[in-house]
Design a protein around this ligand. Structure first.
Ligand code: C5P
Length: 227
């Protein structure tokens, strides 16, 4: 049954955007709503998959029949993804993960001081979860697992996307052009899905559900056959 083509599979989806706390009242965040990741989770569940949705700060209704793991920061998201993906057939990293986090967390609210022009905030790199999952070609931690990344680009979308796919080592990369009506917070999306095999699948402007279904079509083609 084509409509239930993910039956017997476990898939892991990250959604939303991480928040990296500076002090009890402030964080470094981003504009990801989580809608694309939630659409991916709903679509996979409808196609028969067991779904773990690692959700970073998304204020969205919980999809029925999906295991939700709420997280806040990139480090928490990494822990949850590594745990959930141990037995996963596919992992889709739709979350917007902060590249940097504050080096220290101030337990009291950071104060501005007279004459101080630069805030005393140092940042350190966060782990790149997608690159860690994908490994470089031959040393994928779990061979056969299909690993999918997302990239939001503002210029040279295809060239930057292709370079990013190679750098991260993932099987598929969904490249979005960030624009006025598109992507962040919107119900619609427009993308090109790049494959490590050189394929390019354009997905016309439309509901995030349609992009989700195309992603699972491409993942399903790449899954090792059920034994
Ligand atoms: O490098 P960039 O942030 O553009 O890559 C985006 C992709 O990498 C997304 O799939 C995102 O979930 C993932 N990512 C990650 N860990 C990071 C940064 C991004 O897994 N620290």
């Amino acid at each position: 049954d084509l409509a239930r083509d993910l039956t017997g599979r476990h898939v892991v989806v990250s959604a939303g955007g991480t928040r990296e706390p500076l002090d009890p009242v402030r964080f470094l965040g981003n504009r990801s709503s989580g809608k694309q990741g939630y659409a991916l989770a709903r679509s996979a569940a409808a196609r028969g998959a067991r779904v773990t949705l690692v959700s970073a700060n998304a204020a969205l209704p919980e999809p029925a029949g999906v295991d939700i793991v709420p997280v806040g920061t990139a480090v928490q998201l990494r822990e949850a993804i590594l745990k959930a993906s141990a037995d996963a057939d596919a992992v889709v990293m739709a979350a917007a993960v902060a590249d940097f986090r504050p080096e220290t967390y101030a337990t009291g609210k950071i104060k501005k001081r007279d004459g101080q022009e630069q805030p005393p905030i140092a940042l350190v790199r966060n782990p790149d979860i997608l690159a860690e999952l994908a490994g470089i070609a031959a040393d994928r931690p779990r061979p056969g697992q299909v690993v999918v990344g997302f990239a939001a680009e503002t210029d040279d979308v295809l060239a930057n996307g292709r370079a990013k796919l190679e750098r991260k080592g993932c099987d598929l990369l969904v490249v979005n052009e960030v624009g006025e009506r598109k992507t962040f917070g919107s119900e619609e999306n427009e993308a090109v899905v790049l494959g490590a095999d050189g394929s390019e699948t354009p997905v016309p402007y439309g509901p995030k559900e349609a992009l989700a279904d195309t992603v699972w079509d491409l993942v399903a083609e790449r899954l090792p056959k059920n034994s």
